[in-house]
Design a protein around this ligand. Structure first.
Ligand code: WT7
Length: 631
């Protein structure tokens, strides 16, 4: 019932999921351990919006991730941890040990005052303790909000404040390639601006020197000495919040996407199992950071719910050299490998010499996530990594969807390069034209929307339900709007073409242009800026910034360097502009709105095709911008 093993079964399951979604998902949900069964499967409307799954059901997701496997498989490896430095020992953690560590740390959280419903910010390196911290929060019913360790103090402070976190879990430092990142120092700087935080728990990782503030900061290892490892799981309602994860939007302020316990559990487990065609002896590796939704759903929760062995990698693909991924695959006999197109493109650019030394014979299935994969990179991955024997699953989904939505089932759905192919059971995609009419039939293109809820759909944006409604449920009435453009080919296969809003996908990371502009504007000589994306060979999209200075800079190259440094310090290195053009004005409408369409065209070098510029306040700025365009 749980697994689809061939295409006919996929079609039958799909049909059933559309004809009777409640029965379909109730059958899936019945395979988990619940403290109390639900009394109603689904209630929903997309106008408020309000979506509830498995209403009245009681559970704790960590019992399903951990306790449930202890009876039959206590010694199975849950996590294989591969350190940044290849000379450091890797670690294997059994389900029994992970359960023990989670319960012990859950007691540390309680001893430090954490309770059900509290928000706890996790800002950590990719070490096993990160997974322990996430699960320990879930164990006691505290809401985790993981912030990617590459974000800087301002982004961190924003996220802590938005969620009113009262605790931060961090480490002294983090290793990332040849660099050491001073995480605790970033937390210190952020927390100055956060008056809700009264406890910071610090993991010892790099041994770098840090300040411990009395009455606020405590060491993880010291705290663990004073607690035992018995911790009953808090009983949660199916619709209690499991976590908040921030994602960028069209305004400068990130949105706290809220996922709840029951539906998220059922959907991530079901999709993990079926998309990757997971089998009990697989070694599964998802290279995403836990700071992103992929790390939540397919590094931690999905695999552990299935009792799988999940690999967690602390480092980066190019350290100590560009063969690291392939080396780790051979070292740990990875059979399922899930990564981002941008990583594939950057490793492709390093050449096959880095692939040649490795056998890669343990691989069975490959996956990609986070952005469209171009055909060229798809073929390279298929040929050189999969040796033309491993089906590739191109998985389309979003932070807001919680789990994979459109994707091949590995080895079952015929793949087509650059196509995410078909919707998973339970997912009802539609293409809409600009006026919101459904485009039926194949060979169509439009805005991708979903017309029926699935169990891990976003419930709200934290403390701001209006924003959730406005962003996802009011653009097209009675549909969930994804923000993506999409094509459907003659066979009904879907191909996601990219964002249609003011966010850009840079190396697979979603960044709001307004957020980047705010960061640039921190520079004292910048009066105004406008950021757009431009196609980039490795990153997918690069960042092009147009800036207006207050005083004419003495040295423009120096100024550009300072702007990059400002953005890195304020927001994080992932938001660094690739191109900066100093302009004397920006193309604005008479009402003062920046015409980004024009700036985008110039950045993309589509100058012959600027459209109507007559409505601009000052059309001459466009000529100047074109003249000084950066190639
Ligand atoms: C956006 C969501 C999916 C989890 C990680 C990113 C783009 C994602 C694909 C794909 C084409 C894709 C979309 C989407 N995207 N997967 N397979 N093909 N585009 O989550 O940061 O919330 O970003 O990533 O534009 O809307 P996210």
């Amino acid at each position: 019932m749980y697994d689809i093993t061939n295409f006919n079964e996929y079609q039958a399951e799909y049909k059933k999921s559309v004809e009777n979604p409640e029965l379909f998902w109730a059958e899936k949900a019945a395979q988990f351990s619940w403290k109390e069964k639900w009394n109603e499967v689904l209630k929903w409307n997309f106008s408020e919006p309000k979506v509830e799954w498995f209403i009245g059901g009681k559970l704790n997701i960590t019992e399903n991730c951990l306790d449930r496997h202890l009876k039959n498989n206590p010694n199975k490896t849950a996590i294989i941890w591969e350190p940044n430095n290849p000379n450091e020992q890797s670690q294997t953690i059994s389900y029994k040990e992970l359960h023990e560590r989670v319960c012990r740390f859950a007691n540390v959280l309680k001893k430090n005052g954490a309770k059900k419903g509290d928000r706890i910010c996790i800002y950590m390196p990719m070490v096993p303790e990160l997974a322990v911290a996430v699960l320990a929060c879930a164990r006691i019913g505290a809401i985790h909000s993981v912030v990617f360790g590459g974000f800087s103090f301002h982004s961190l402070a924003d996220r802590i404040n938005d969620a009113d976190c009262n605790m931060v879990i961090t480490a002294d430092g983090a290793y990332r390639g040849a660099k050491e990142i001073l995480l605790k120092a970033v937390v210190d700087e952020a927390v100055i601006h956060c008056n809700t935080v009264n406890r910071v728990i610090v993991l010892h990782r790099t041994g770098c020197e840090i300040n411990m503030q009395p009455n606020r900061d405590v060491w993880w290892h010291e705290e663990e000495k004073n607690v035992n490892s018995n911790c009953d799981a808090e009983i949660m309602d199916s619709e209690d919040i499991l976590f908040i994860l921030y994602t960028s939007g069209s305004t400068g302020k990130p949105k706290g996407v809220v996922h709840t316990c029951g539906g998220y559990m059922v959907y991530t487990a079901y999709t993990f199992k079926n998309v990757f065609q997971y089998k009990a002896d697989d070694i599964y590796w998802c290279t995403a950071d836990v700071g992103w939704i992929t790390g939540h759903s397919y590094l931690i929760y999905g695999p552990l719910l299935n009792g799988a062995t999940t690999v967690m990698f602390e480092g980066i693909p190019t350290f100590p050299d560009a063969g690291r991924f392939w080396k780790v695959i051979d070292k740990h006999n990875v059979s399922i490998f899930y990564t981002a197109p941008t990583a594939i493109r950057s490793l492709e650019a390093c050449g096959l010499n880095y692939v040649a030394p490795y056998k890669l014979s343990s691989l069975r299935i490959l996956g990609t996530v986070g952005e469209p994969i171009n055909e060229e990179a798809w073929h390279w991955y298929n040929k050189n990594i999969g040796k033309e024997k491993c089906p590739i699953v191109d998985t389309w989904w979003q932070t807001e969807t919680g789990g994979i939505m459109i994707s091949p089932l590995a080895g079952i759905t015929k793949t087509k390069p650059s196509y995410a192919t078909l919707p998973l059971p339970g997912v009802q995609p539609v293409l809409l034209d600009e006026s919101g009419n459904e485009i039926t039939g194949n060979n169509a293109e439009g805005r991708l929307c979903i017309k029926f809820p699935w169990p891990s759909i976003i419930r709200t944006t934290f403390k701001n339900h209006d924003r959730c409604r406005e962003t996802y449920f009011s653009v097209f009435k009675n549909y969930y709007f994804t923000g993506d453009g999409c094509k459907r080919d003659g066979n009904g296969y879907y191909r996601i073409t990219g964002r249609v809003d003011d966010v850009i996908k840079v190396s697979g990371h979603l960044l709001g242009t307004a957020e980047i502009e705010n960061a640039i504007n921190q520079h004292k000589n910048i009066v105004e800026s406008a950021v757009v994306g431009f196609p980039h060979d490795i990153k997918g999209w690069g960042i092009y910034a147009y800036v207006i200075t207050e005083n004419k800079p003495e040295n423009t190259e120096e100024l550009k360097k300072e702007i990059v440094a400002t953005v890195t310090k304020y927001m994080g290195a992932i938001a660094k502009p690739d191109k900066i053009q100093i302009v004397s004005g920006l193309p604005k409408t008479r009402s003062g709105k920046i015409m980004r369409r024009i700036l985008r065209k110039i950045a993309e070098n589509e100058i012959g095709n600027l459209g109507d510029t007559s409505t601009l306040l000052d059309p001459t700025v466009v000529d100047e911008i074109i003249k000084n365009r950066i190639n």
